[in-house]
Design a protein around this ligand. Sequence first.
Ligand code: SF4
Length: 237
Amino acid sequence: MAGWNPWHGCHRISEGCRHCYVFRMDSRYGRIPDTVRKNREFTLPIQKNRDGSYKIPAGEVVYTCFTSDFFLEDADAWREEAWRMIARRQDLHFFMITKRIHRLSQCVPQDWGEGYPNVTICCTVENQDRADFRLPIYREAPICHKQLVCSPLLGPIDLSDYLGDWVEQLTVGGESGNEARLCRYEWVLDLRRQCMLRGIPFRFMQTGARFERDGRIFRVPRKFQHSQAKKAGLDYL
Ligand code: SF4
């Protein structure tokens, strides 16, 4: 597992961004998160060690652009070069999550075709409104590997109009941070039920900081949010 953040910074685009961790981390360190800048590690996928081997060895999953959004307007001038590096490293798998799937068609390279086989683009939807906007676009988009992410989950979401065998996995998580909004167990269970009906793998990734179950609200410290979700035993397939 490797990380690659070709650029840093973002702009809030929907409710799920309200307590974005990039903004939280940057404000903690006195940085301005909506000033988007190219990172020094921009060329990391093609950087080599002294012995000529790649710094990121073959076979790694590369978590890409987790301190921004790969399809951000501010990065339009840099993205083509990023795609060229992704295309060159067919021995890696690039995994990215976006809230800007509506920009995909204007952001893919000329040789994209039906998508690069070494790229997973996840679409994130935090509520019904964003699911109804993003998923019709996402479903039709030429992408080889598609996964849904409902995180931070802010309410119940009915995905029955959208789920199908084109979805490789659905991942759910609550919101982190001091001001986290509530995530309800029943919303998580319902998404799991929808996945099970269609045989889609389901992952409950993290509870978030405020989790409600059986009418009780739990404050879950950051270090236990993943383990508590695992303990619930909801993962499917
Ligand atoms: S799109 Fe992602 S990185 Fe950008 S503000 Fe929203 S949550 Fe943060």
